[in-house]
Design a protein around this ligand. Structure first.
Ligand code: AMP
Length: 190
């Protein structure tokens, strides 16, 4: 069993890479952003709540996000491992994930960051917004707010995982195949 956290700023390519890695390593991909968007599309109470934060480029509160993530993990008792994409994004979420996995006699094997410059990411997100229709990808001030949230609340998790000797990073600029290859090299060392 292998459990990975894909780490990186919005637009770094976590979702794209998770889609390749899940096939290659037979993992269940959980993207909290995707679960929120699914709930928004289906008009659930969770979706309405999440939308009020997502539309401003803010993080959804920990309690809501953690409960949702737990439910997603529990829906997949037979998974041979998980890729967590966009979770954890705060210290409380990282601790909750460790506790949840420990209860199940599982653990995070590695957290791999996809590195790219802010200006490259902003251009990528604006391009993605034209295709995806995601309102949080279409407005530069919302994008910058998501980066501020990342810098303030998520970046400190690098230290959290470094302390556990689980933090790795790869260059997130290049072709999709090259980046998958860089990630695979890290996974091969686990
Ligand atoms: P993403 O698709 O990962 O870029 O997430 C889109 C938006 O969903 C984020 O800007 C947050 O508002 C919300 N979101 C996704 N994952 C989390 C999380 N782990 N904690 C809090 N908010 C989240």
């Amino acid at each position: 069993m292998i459990n990975l956290v894909l780490f990186g700023k919005p637009g770094a390519g976590k979702g794209t890479q998770a889609n390749f890695l899940k096939e290659k390593y037979n993992l269940k991909h959980i993207s909290t952003g995707d679960v929120f968007r699914f709930n928004i599309k289906n008009g659930t109470e969770l979706g309405t709540l999440a939308k009020s934060y997502i539309d401003k480029g803010e993080l959804v509160p920990d309690e809501v996000t953690i409960n949702m993530l737990k439910a997603e993990v529990e829906k997949n008792p037979d998974a041979s491992g998980f890729i967590f994409d966009g979770f954890p994004r705060t210290n409380a979420q990282a601790e909750a994930l460790d506790d949840l996995l420990e209860e199940k006699e599982m653990k995070i094997d590695a957290t791999i960051a996809l590195e790219a410059d802010d200006e490259v990411l902003i251009q990528r997100l604006l391009e993605r917004g034209k295709v995806s229709g995601r309102s949080d990808d279409q407005d530069e001030s919302k994008i910058r707010n998501r980066f501020d949230e990342y810098n303030e609340k998520t970046a400190p998790l690098m230290q959290y995982y470094k302390k556990q000797d689980k933090f790795h990073s790869v260059n997130g600029i290049g072709s999709i195949e090259d980046i998958t290859e860089r990630l695979s090299k890290v996974i091969a060392t686990l």
